[in-house]
Write a protein that binds this ligand. Structure first.
Ligand SMILES: NC(=O)c1ccc[n+]([C@@H]2O[C@H](COP(=O)([O-])OP(=O)(O)OC[C@H]3O[C@@H](n4cnc5c(N)ncnc54)[C@H](OP(=O)(O)O)[C@@H]3O)[C@@H](O)[C@H]2O)c1
Length: 266
């Protein structure tokens, strides 16, 4: 491990008592597995342990390769069930088993409802995802792309499980969730997992970010990610399959933006 490597920070995953790295790794769109694996192993060797995939991404087998290479115990694996597969208890369990088979493991750490199903009640969706947990196929359950009202319904309809997170789009350019979703999650001990956290690499186009970046000698991507990590209960999950980009991403951890710099970005 490099001596100049920043100290990794960890955050709670919901109210489980479990800690995961304050930044996780997205996998949507990874196409060059060999290149991607080198980048991921670089980050994992430096303490990143949270990996995000979904049955719809076609990257569960990529994550499976990483698990084999670094060891299951080093990772906290999240996957997601696509809404149409939530239709019944059987189809939800079948989808989860499919994910586990592609990942090459017996249990994931966290499984999410990828998007709320358009016609089923939230209660029925939660009942079906809970059955995956009862079967021992996941340790925790969560949701993605849920509004405050949908989260409230979800929390009210669980049997005994905790909804540990809501995975939602959140970056410097899209901050609407600061008004409702983040405060709700903070109040109720849920983690906000921020997807598309670097707005697909567009941080350098933002004036406030560019200004802080020049001042601190950090890159715009690093400022954008550090900005999200500075928020209570928020964990960004950027995607890269490029080692140089991964080095830059890992360099966003281990330092803090001042109040003044945060308000400049605001
Ligand atoms: N729950 C949901 O509905 C949902 C929806 C969307 C995404 N997600 C999850 O969130 C993850 C991240 O979101 P995202 O993939 O939409 O967007 P993102 O992480 O904001 O951006 C990814 C893009 O930025 C590029 N990039 C990465 N690091 C960079 C750097 N240092 N400089 C310049 N460009 C860089 C990547 O290309 P390179 O690979 O070439 O670096 C890729 O094209 C996904 O992979 C997925 O796991 C979840």
């Amino acid at each position: 491990m490099e001596s100049d490597f920043p100290r990794i920070e960890y955050k709670h995953m919901g109210s489980t008592g479990e800690k995961v790295s304050a930044l996780g790794l997205g996998t949507y769109g990874i196409s060059d597995y060999k290149r991607g694996e080198e980048a991921f192993v670089y980050a994992i060797d430096r303490g990143i342990n949270l990996i995000d995939t979904a049955e719809i991404y076609n990257t569960e087998d990529f994550v499976g390769g990483i698990i084999k290479r670094v060891g299951r115990e080093k990772l906290f694996i999240t996957t997601k069930v696509w809404p149409k597969n939530l239709a019944s208890r059987e189809s939800t369990i079948k989808a989860a088993r499919g994910s586990l088979s592609r990942l090459g493991i017996k249990t994931v750490d966290l499984i999410l409802i990828h998007w709320p199903h358009e016609t089923m009640s939230i209660g029925d969706q939660i009942k079906n995802i809970e059955s995956v947990q009862r079967e021992g196929l996941t340790r925790y359950i969560g949701v993605s792309n849920f509004s405050v009202q949908q989260m409230e319904e979800a929390r009210n309809s669980t049997n005994s499980s905790e909804i540990v997170c809501n995975q939602v789009k959140y970056n410097f350019a899209e901050r609407a969730i600061e008004r409702d979703v983040i405060p709700y999650c903070n109040r109720n001990g849920m983690t906000v997992v921020a997807y598309t956290p670097i707005d697909k690499g567009k941080a350098s186009r933002n004036r406030g970010i560019k200004e802080v970046s020049r001042k601190l000698g950090k890159t715009p991507t690093q400022i954008a990610l550090n900005f999200l990590m500075s928020r209570q209960g928020v964990i960004p999950i950027p995607k890269t399959e490029n080692l140089e980009h991964m080095k830059e991403i890992v360099g966003s951890i281990g330092w803090k933006l001042s109040k003044e710099e945060l308000s400049l970005i605001d």
